[in-house]
Design a protein around this ligand. Structure first.
Ligand SMILES: Nc1ncnc2c1ncn2[C@@H]1O[C@H](COP(=O)(O)OP(=O)(O)OP(=O)(O)O)[C@@H](O)[C@H]1O
Ligand SMILES: Nc1ncnc2c1ncn2[C@@H]1O[C@H](COP(=O)(O)OP(=O)(O)OP(=O)(O)O)[C@@H](O)[C@H]1O
Ligand SMILES: [Mg+2]
Ligand SMILES: [Mg+2]
Lengths: 227, 227
């Protein structure tokens, strides 16, 4: 289970303070599928970064699998992140000198997976996002939406327990976007906890539980069908 | 007037050829407002890069203001681009070490505009995209949609003859996205030729002329109201 208790995240720029997250509390069960929506600048990426152990709160507690994350050492946080969390970044964070295939394969290389199995799993996830003909391209030789799909493929290859997706369809046409969210939903059906940040209500409303963020606060946390 | 005649753009990756644009011909009048839509990877950014003199065709002719662009020297192409074209990049291309204000002000600095007038015009366009409270933030201190709005503000500050926008609302919530497109449409009413690449039909269908790109070809070039 994921438990956020009274999370605050304050950024300081010069003498200006930005209260990016303002007393956020949230409980997420294993295997849940929820979306987070809200205006630009409302704190969605900041919330996801804290959930994904890429950032630490200014105050409040984050309990993951019964362990208080804020008490872990940086090394322990990094290994927890590698093992448990898949992340699709809003701006992909692909490695420029590696091809699409090498970018997707990288987590398996770091995990010591043998080459034969790596090739097989890498090809499988790249085919699932329609990029089997772009495997040798580097990021600068790919379109915006193709880079986004490489990032999605990479996030799924370790079959993490939790998958955090920050605007996974922002650069995709409607058809490719729906293919992507269906892929992520299939992983959720197999047991992965799925959290999707999105500006697109057509994507966000597919989740049964929908959280709305406004000015760093949860303004709405709703479970149930939309009519 | 903008005239593309039988434009081809072929990329080579290893021994693979990608025919990103395949015999594209297009005529655009001064002051026109058109949208370009199509699947991920269909050639939209490539087309916009050629129109914006950021890339040269493999074959075909590009006539801008009666001059054949392909016959200009690189220096002449660069100065034509600076004077005539505003570009909103799909991934913003902001300068990491400069603040939002400095990023937006940069074209005016390069053009030799005096400091007093620069400050005034910079503040005006940043206010128009709702970022007057983020002027001192650097790109890594801004949300995704805020970075996108800085890129939009920067593209408008020189009041170019032609404004090319590649997915200007991809990282914005619906409300901010509509504010942005209304801002661009206001510039079009003042005389700027406006070309918007978008995946969002709600944005793309606002243009009276809509071009659809599929596999590097124009599959549809339609002028008239949508019912
Ligand atoms: N520098 C390059 N080298 C090789 N192939 C490229 C290069 N740039 C683009 N491509 C390929 O050309 C095709 C068109 O790319 P382009 O970026 O124009 O697509 P797009 O329509 O903008 O897509 P998206 O909607 O995903 O942004 C893609 O299949 C892409 O893989
Ligand atoms: N490193 C930082 N330093 C200072 N302020 C920051 C930093 N990162 C984010 N902010 C501010 O915190 C607020 C929340 O940012 P965040 O990236 O979480 O928004 P978001 O909801 O993801 O927005 P978008 O939909 O535009 O991606 C914004 O107002 C932003 O300016
Ligand atoms: Mg964000
Ligand atoms: Mg593109």
């Amino acid at each position: 289970i994921i438990l956020l208790q009274h999370i605050h995240r304050i950024f300081t720029v010069g003498d200006q303070e930005v209260h990016a997250l303002d007393d956020v509390s949230l409980e997420i069960a294993y295997g849940e599928y929820l979306s987070i929506m809200g205006p630009s600048g409302s704190g969605k990426s900041t919330l996801l970064n804290i959930l994904g152990l890429l950032d630490t709160p200014t105050s409040g507690r984050y309990i993951l699998d019964g362990r208080d994350i804020t008490t872990l050492s940086p090394d322990e946080q990094a290994s927890t992140r590698r093992e448990k969390v898949g992340f699709v970044f809003q701006f992909f964070q692909l490695i420029p000198r590696l091809t699409a295939e090498q970018n997707v394969e990288l987590p398996l290389v770091l995990a010591g997976t043998p080459p034969g199995e790596r090739k097989k799993r890498t090809w499988k996830v790249l085919k699932a996002v329609g990029l089997e003909n772009r495997m040798g391209h580097r990021p600068d030789q790919l379109s915006g939406g193709q880079r986004q799909r490489v990032a999605i493929a990479r996030s799924t290859i370790m079959q993490p327990g939790v998958l955090l997706a920050d605007e996974p369809t922002g650069n995709l046409d409607r058809h490719s976007g729906i293919e992507v969210i269906e892929l992520l939903e299939e992983l959720n059906r197999q047991g992965i906890t799925l959290i999707v940040v999105t500006h697109d209500p057509e994507i966000g409303n597919r989740a049964l539980r929908r959280i709305r963020l406004v000015d760093g606060r949860i303004s709405c946390d709703h479970t149930g069908r939309i009519d």
